[in-house]
Design a protein around this ligand. Structure first.
Ligand code: SF4
Ligand code: SF4
Length: 292
């Protein structure tokens, strides 16, 4: 089984639009949206959930007000200023500020502090017109996105094995943070989508460095390549320096936005257009790279 991960150095490069079109072109696969902080592949795939699960990670402290004497000890020991004392004398802990160190829980003289698990988000298995999709939504302000990414990848792999699929097609997180690191390790091929801007070159090089570190082969797509030919040349030069092949140069196409508005992928929306043709060629090249 092969895993193809589509990533980008920053948001707004067209990564998800390209992933959506690849999803429409590739058969025999499970789709997974690993951009758990800001997922948007569902806008193109319109998934119908068949299974929903809570994502739990870590714990937080919670005072049982009737048992609290208001001694203030928990406020003194908390290094994260998560505890406030109410006018009625009992302590209240802000769950967003609590780091779950448990110090207040074990030192409260009245044993008045519970330590429940923290619900950080939800993850789903859904049906789409492109096959099964695994995706999630992390709640605002929650961390541990790396753990959630690992969980989604594991679930996608299990489903692909059960359903006899040969490919996991993953839409990754922009940037080089924890979720990207969790997405990259052990993947077969990273397709890096970039655009011809100065920051695009800088962000691309950071992602390529990460791919090299994890020994994941990378290929590059330059999106909107015609908007700035000089910068496109610089992107290509950066790829040469890193020994990475540019596998597609897509022209700026307002059809991508039309397709998103229609809740479809570009290859469905404008199948006869130039971009759809380029995306079909791209998929054909990726197929060869993955299975040759
Ligand atoms: S340490 Fe325990 S008893 Fe004292 S204020 Fe905090 S929760 Fe209440
Ligand atoms: S568990 Fe730790 S971080 Fe959370 S309120 Fe208690 S002392 Fe503060």
């Amino acid at each position: 089984m092969k895993e193809l991960l589509v990533i980008s150095g920053k948001g707004g490069t067209g990564k998800t639009s390209i992933t959506g079109s690849l999803a429409a072109l590739a058969g025999n696969k499970v789709l997974v949206d690993l951009d758990v902080d800001a997922p948007d592949l569902h806008l193109l795939t319109r998934p119908q959930s068949s299974r929903q699960e809570v994502f739990v990670s870590g714990n937080y402290a919670q005072v049982r007000a009737p048992d609290c004497t208001g001694c203030g000890h928990c406020q003194e020991v908390c290094a994260f200023e998560a505890v406030a004392l109410e006018e009625n004398g009992s302590a209240v802990i802000d769950p967003m500020a609590c780091e779950g160190c448990k110090l207040c829980v074990v030192t409260c003289p009245e044993e008045a502090i519970d330590f429940p698990e923290r619900e950080c988000g939800r993850w789903m298995v859904s049906d789409t017109r492109f096959g099964t999709m695994v995706h999630a939504q992390l709640y605002p302000g929650q961390e541990n996105s790396g753990r959630l990414v690992s969980l989604l990848r594991q679930e996608a792999r299990q489903l692909a094995e059960q359903q006899g699929h040969a490919l996991i097609l993953a839409d990754g997180t922009p940037g080089i943070g924890c979720p990207v690191i969790s997405s990259l390790s052990g993947t077969d091929l990273a397709l890096v989508v970039t655009e011809p801007t100065l920051s695009g070159v800088h962000d691309l090089e950071r992602v390529l460095e990460l791919c090299q570190h994890f020994r994941v082969p990378a290929k590059v797509v330059i999106n909107k390549a015609d908007l700035n030919p000089a910068m496109t040349g610089q992107v290509a030069e950066a790829c040469r320096r890193w020994g990475v092949e540019v596998v597609a140069r897509l022209e700026f196409d307002p059809g991508f936005v039309q397709a998103v508005v229609a809740g479809r992928t570009l290859v469905e929306q404008l199948p006869q257009g130039r971009s759809a043709g380029e995306l079909r060629s791209l998929w054909s090249r990726l197929e060869t790279m993955l299975w040759s």
